[in-house]
Design a protein around this ligand. Structure first.
Ligand SMILES: [Zn+2]
Length: 245
């Protein structure tokens, strides 16, 4: 393209294509974070359940240990009672029978502890079962949400590809020098290399352009840039179709 009007129009159109592509790409780029947020919800629930299970397991171990102590102590108490039969001296008899009674009291205390543990474990198991069920529901919800998010990422990527159609034609039309200039500004200015002149202002950075430059831009004979942000400036009438080619 040698005609400046055509060049400016093509630059503007290339900019519109790239903005569309960028919009889809940005939207697609947010999706991995959204997926991570959903998966963290599950992690929190799983960690909580893990802690509850560990607590219940500790209590179960205490129950097993206490039951083992009860078995040992009961055997010991039986042995002592059998021995009482053979004891001849009253003092020895009294001493051993007192010890046997003490042991039996201890066994009853341990049995009470086992009952308390069983009640506690049962209540905890109920909570764990409920939380397990809730977790499964959340797992299903999250899995569905993640599937949907993955699909929308694919859709957005397809949209971005579609939006980029016609880009290479514009690039070829503009030629390497203008495209190089365009890409350079675009890279520095958040993807926007071409801005409209809005009144006397550059709509890219909102800075007022000096009158002489406005006159130059309006002539459409040269490609002018905003002195502040270096964006190529085009006048609205050129790109909204009111200015004839
Ligand atoms: Zn500017």
């Amino acid at each position: 393209l040698t005609d400046v009007r055509h060049q400016l129009r093509a630059l503007w159109e290339l900019q519109q294509i790239d903005l569309k592509v960028l919009e889809f790409e940005k939207a697609a780029a947010t999706i991995p974070d959204q997926i991570a947020v959903r998966e963290r919800e599950l992690e929190v629930l799983r960690t909580e359940l893990g802690a509850l299970n560990a607590e219940a397991d500790t209590l179960r171990k205490e129950q097993r240990d206490t039951e083992a102590t009860i078995r040992d102590d009961s055997a010991k108490a039986q042995k002592w009672k059998r021995r009482l039969i053979d004891i001849r001296t009253p003092r020895e008899y009294q001493a051993l029978s007192r010890e046997a009674e003490q042991l039996e009291r201890q066994i009853r205390d341990l049995e009470e502890r086992v009952l308390a543990l069983m009640t506690d474990i049962e209540a905890r198991d109920k909570v764990i079962a409920e939380k397990n069920e809730a977790l499964r529901e959340v797992e299903n919800t999250v899995a569905a949400a993640v599937r949907k998010l993955r699909q929308s990422k694919l859709d957005l990527e397809v949209e971005a590809t579609k939006a980029a159609e016609g880009r290479s034609a514009k690039v070829a039309e503009l030629g390497p020098n203008l495209v190089k200039r365009y890409d350079k500004v675009r890279g520095r200015r958040q993807g926007v290399a071409v801005a409209l002149l809005s009144g006397p202002n550059c709509s890219g950075c909102n800075v007022e352009v000096r009158p002489q430059l406005v006159v130059e831009i309006r002539k459409l004979e040269t490609i002018e840039a905003c002195p502040m942000c270096q964006r190529i400036l085009v006048i609205p009438s050129l790109v909204d179709g009111t200015e004839s080619a």
